[in-house]
Design a protein around this ligand. Structure first.
Ligand code: ADP
Length: 495
């Protein structure tokens, strides 16, 4: 058994953090590369962990295969659902602890982790607990003497590779639907935020899941992650992260034609028409980029405002940004912005800000580090940007927004779609037909009308173009984690 380490959380709570790889319902010592998880708030190391080596990955996949072929596949669907209800209950019972672990490990606000990430994780487990015994195929009468039916069967062993921005919530999005459909999983959290996922191993044991149904391995992307994505005995890879990594995972998946679901980057637009509810549009567009300190793949990081209200909008947007400019202690209820995840990401975001300044964009708010310790960045507002600027074209993944004006609907639709990404888009107007017509023209997997950043466990989540392949959540995830088997039945005699 691998050791546990006592961690004192910033809110005063203490707990035992497992440090090993969770394989076959046991925490075993990893034998791969060592890596550190660092507090983005103090810049100090929280823990050093030894990641999963290729051999450890083999063991985790073998444990998942054995469970898939054995106890898990024999279980009636309603029993799978019962396990998911148990996990939901345990998540709820450990809600405060898991939120505090994620806030500590990621630098996000504790209140956001609690009411955003953990409540969502709980609901996702309950949703798929109820869905487990409602997965159904079709019956088709192909001719009077023949019948065909289709059953949705699990894929097998699913590799799940998740990012650092919503560590526990992403685990829920991945594990719950996969198990509901009868698969077994090997999940790898991001190396920046491995703690809550490893802790989840305790809940898997407590819920009494058969050994090997859920395996959690930590480690670096290019080694542990790559070994998992390339593994010949893995049937599916579900990934959330950058588009660049998504592409390498898709290549790795090609080795044995694994099924893939990829949820990648974005540079999502908000469009504010002159006939919008002005105050609501300002509030939602602000939330759309600044939520979770800008570390959201669906962030609406480009705002286009109709010319006649542009000046007024910019003025009010800056006021709202100022009103919410509470960067700092992420365990303080009043804080809006926690820290950026890592030094790498912090430098990257500041690099984009410098690039924006040099490229001639007008900096109206923020534009620098906040404080002198921790990876905190001021909310930053650039205006009068042009479409060729790097800050307009590339995903920044921080609290940085660009605002520019437009004259016509055609012009703004063109600008919104003139990107390789297609994850989300928001639009603001009080004109019902315009709202729906523009929603149709936007090339995005998710469109918000008079809102921003909404997602719901019953509604598909995913992107067009280089923002991804496939959909998570809702009944779409049940398709993503099953395959159709057609059975042809001959009811007559061959002439
Ligand atoms: P970021 O660049 O923001 O850290 P990534 O897309 O690289 O985001 O990371 C998302 C997840 O993908 C993490 O769990 C990371 O370890 C993993 N990952 C990174 N590179 C690879 C790779 N080559 N193969 C498999 N997984 C990877």
């Amino acid at each position: 058994m691998a050791k546990t380490v006592t961690i004192a959380l910033p809110n005063g709570a203490k707990y035992e953090q497992p440090t090993g790889q969770f394989i076959g319902n046991q925490f075993v010592q990893g034998s791969g590369d060592c890596f550190s998880t660092v507090s983005p708030v103090t810049e100090e190391e929280i823990l050093k962990l030894q990641g999963a080596s290729t051999t450890d990955v083999d063991k985790a996949v073998a444990a998942a295969r054995e469970a898939f072929n054995g106890p898990w596949s024999q279980l009636p669907a309603i029993e799978r659902g019962a396990y998911l209800y148990k996990l939901a209950e345990l998540i709820d019972r450990n809600r405060e602890l898991l939120a505090a672990i994620d806030a500590y490990d990621n630098g996000k606000t504790f209140s956001g982790a609690l009411t955003g990430d953990l409540d969502e994780a709980y609901n996702v487990f309950r949703y798929y607990a109820g869905a487990a015994d409602k997965i159904s195929g079709q019956t088709i009468e192909t001719s009077p003497a023949k019948l065909a039916y289709v059953v949705q069967e699990p894929l097998g062993v699913c590799a799940q590779i998740v990012p650092w921005n919503y560590p526990f919530m992403m685990l829920a999005w991945k594990i719950a639907p996969a198990l509901a459909c009868g698969n077994t999983v090997v999940l790898k959290p991001a190396e920046q935020t491995p703690l809550s996922a490893l802790y989840f191993g305790n809940l898997v044991i407590e819920a009494g899941l058969p050994a090997g149904v859920v395996n959690i391995i930590s480690g670096l992307g290019p080694t542990t992650g790559s070994a998992l994505a390339n593994h010949a005995d893995v049937d599916k890879v579900a990934f959330t992260g950058s588009t660049a990594t998504g592409k390498s995972i898709m290549k790795a998946a090609a080795s044995n034609l694994k099924n893939v679901t990829l949820e990648c980057g974005g540079k999502s637009p908000s469009v504010v028409f002159a006939d919008a509810d002005f105050e609501q549009a300002v509030k939602w567009t602000h939330f759309g980029i600044m939520e979770n300190s800008g570390e959201v793949c669906t962030s609406t990081s480009r705002i286009y405002v109709e010319e006649s209200i542009y000046d007024k909008f910019v003025e009010r947007f800056v006021e709202v940004t100022q009103d919410n400019d509470k960067v700092g202690d992420n365990f303080n209820e009043a804080t809006y912005y926690g820290a950026q995840i890592s030094k790498t990401q912090f430098d990257k975001v500041l690099g984009y800000i410098e690039d924006g300044k040099k490229s001639g964009a007008k900096l109206l708010y923020g534009g620098a580090r906040s404080g002198s310790q921790g990876y905190f960045i001021q909310p930053t507002v650039f205006v009068d940007t042009t479409e060729d600027m790097k800050i307009v074209r590339e995903e920044i993944f921080g609290p940085v927004v660009v605002i520019s004006k437009f004259k016509t609907e055609d012009e703004v639709v063109y600008k919104c779609n003139d990107t390789s990404y297609g994850l989300a888009a928001a639009l603001f107007t009080e004109n019902v037909s315009k709202a729906h017509l523009v929603a149709r023209r936007l090339q995005a997997g998710m469109v918000w009308i008079n809102s921003s950043g909404d997602s719901h466990f019953g509604i598909p989540f995913g992107g067009y173009k280089s923002s991804g392949i496939g959909r998570e959540l809702g009944k779409y995830a049940l398709d993503a984690y099953t395959q159709a088997k057609a059975v042809h039945v001959n009811l007559g005699s061959k002439l």
